[in-house]
Design a protein around this ligand. Sequence first.
Ligand code: DC
Length: 232
Amino acid sequence: MKDKKIIIAIDGHSSTGKSTVAKQLAKALKYIYVDTGAMYRAVALYAMRQGFINESEFNQEELEKNLSSINIKFEINAKTGLAEVLLNGENVENEIRTLRVSKHVSKIAAVSSVRKKLVEQQQRMGQDKGIVMDGRDIGTVVFPNAELKLFMTATAKDRAERRFLELTEKGENVSYEDVLMNVVNRDHIDSTRKDSPLRKAGDAIKIDNSNLTLEQQFDQIFLLAETTIKNS
Ligand code: DC
């Protein structure tokens, strides 16, 4: 009998390697991978470009008025086989990963009308199951009935070190202190916002990967996925 397809929801703090393990899992299971953080980042980039948000101000009303002009899609990069995000048809995959965007994105993600628009799109993407989705509210709000829910965490120091390496390898000129501050700030805003705050769903399995290698983490999670698929 053909295996039943399930939904795998991966939530957790920023820079915990959710997307790394989600990509590995999707590849191994031949599932679709959706990075919902990329969708919030693309909306943040739109707001920055329109001048709705900067270091000192955020014009939430203007952003909300213009929500219908924001179109977010994914396209597969033929070389890497990975999905990349399009903002109104433009590939913004690299630009949304910068620290500049990271600094504004949590404020944008706290806006209920932004969340409503993106959550509806995410739910449509998962209607045929066979999907690995990562974010902050996937197991609690987007797919509360997901068959497998994971909640990833690690110390802020470990996460900032990983993110700092990632950014400097890409050539970004950032300081470790700035990256650490951003990780801590984003966790604070994401966990204390009114709408869909980051929290572990009661039935999610917590994975602290501070002391796990990527391989150990993948083996552990893949086994969980296989067992869940077999039992569903
Ligand atoms: O996963 P990430 O760091 O790329 O996410 C960017 C921001 O988007 C993060 O600070 C919180 C927000 N986010 C969210 O609120 N809900 C999601 N499902 C995914 C991301």
